[in-house]
Design a protein around this ligand. Structure first.
Ligand code: KG4
Ligand code: ZN
Length: 335
């Protein structure tokens, strides 16, 4: 049994959680910097670091209060060591190591994507290993064979834009706020698939993704229709629906291909795009597969997935505070 404090600061969310390997999530707190970065149309790394500094200690205190525990009662501190923004990662790593040193507790560095991969274990209905993971976030679109904790084989990756990035960039073309995935999904609810957009790499006979062609197709479409300023709300909804259908079709088709190729029929879908309800709906229509997701509010970045991954790696906790962060950190390099 272990009580883990999880700290996530890889990008624009300060996520803190306390996870007990027997009782589950004891407390979790999240501060999103979206409003701060929205005016710039994307994340400004220096502003992200400065904001993590402001929020991280109050959120740790809040979690301890909510869970009614003293920090001296935790068993270890897990923190995101990469991939992510260098400065932002360093804030989490510094606080995690400084706090652990002062409390004489061990630390567990966690790969951010492993946090996403394992996040469905935060639900009641947990997958068993091996499973195939579709990891779809702002920076990643990957299909991964997960044999056990730490044993990951990348089956497919994106050649250019990630699925979340495709949502975000096309949302920007429609003048929607950043990050745009959830706004495309909201508009799509009132739209029909009026425009047949390309399904990139749908028939490529491999498990690779590519979404930059879709971005170009949406730009061309909006231009042909007379520019974004001239679009009616209904046309915007229809474009959003067309985008969502294109991206989710590709994600579903490639996931099914990965399951068939490996003969593993359990699919875990995680990362921010796993919050997309149309993606969940389409995967739910396929009878022979069992699909697992993180809780809806824990699909995007959060501290609970880092604390959970820490509890699954507790045996590797170490009293060594000589830390570094790894902004570029391929999943295969996890040990
Ligand atoms: O995992 P995440 O929080 O951060 C990264 O590690 O990148 O994922 C953020 C991504 C963004 O691209 C965002 O637009 C997308 O997840 N996203 C969605 C939805 N909610 C978030 N995409 C489609 N539909 C959604 N409902
Ligand atoms: Zn993420």
């Amino acid at each position: 049994m272990a009580l883990i404090l999880g700290i996530e600061t890889s990008c624009d969310e300060t996520g803190i959680a306390l996870y007990d390997s027997q009782k589950g999530i004891m407390a979790h707190a999240l501060y999103s910097q979206i409003a701060l970065h929205n005016q710039y149309g994307g994340v400004v790394p220096e502003l992200a670091s400065r904001d993590h500094v402001k929020k991280i200690i109050p959120l740790i205190n809040q979690c301890a209060l909510d869970a009614n525990i003293k920090l001296k009662d935790i068993d270890a501190i897990a923190y995101t060591t990469g991939p992510g923004l260098n400065g932002a990662l360093l804030i989490g790593a510094s606080v995690a190591n400084g706090l652990a040193f002062s409390l004489n507790k061990p630390v567990i560095p966690i790969h951010h994507l492993e946090g996403h991969l394992l996040s469905p274990f935060l639900c009641e209905d947990k997958p068993s290993m091996p499973f195939i993971a579709l990891l779809v976030s702002g920076g990643h679109s990957q299909l991964i064979a997960v044999k056990q904790v730490g044993e990951y084989t990348i089956l497919g990756d994106t050649l250019d834009d990630a699925a979340g990035e495709a949502f975000d960039k096309t949302a920007k073309m429609l003048n929607l706020p950043y990050p745009g995935g959830k706004y495309i999904a909201l508009l799509a609810q009132n739209g029909i698939e009026e425009f047949k957009l390309p399904r990139p790499m749908l028939h490529s006979n491999d498990l690779q993704f590519s979404f930059s062609g879709l971005k170009t197709a949406v730009a061309t479409l909006i231009h042909k229709l007379g520019g974004v300023e001239t679009l009616t709300q209904q046309t915007k909804c229809n474009i959003a629906k067309s985008i969502e259908e294109s991206i989710t079709d590709v994600l579903v088709k490639k996931s099914v291909a990965a399951l068939k190729t490996t003969g593993i029929y359990q699919l875990v879908v995680s990362g921010g795009v796993s919050a997309n309800l149309q993606l969940r709906h389409k995967l739910g229509q396929i009878p022979e597969i069992k699909v697992y997701y993180p809780p809806l509010d824990l699909c995007t970045d959060n501290g609970a997935m880092i604390a959970l991954a820490g509890s699954m790696r507790y045996h590797l906790a170490k009293f060594d505070y000589n830390f570094s962060v790894t902004p570029r950190y391929p999943l295969e390099l996890i040990v």
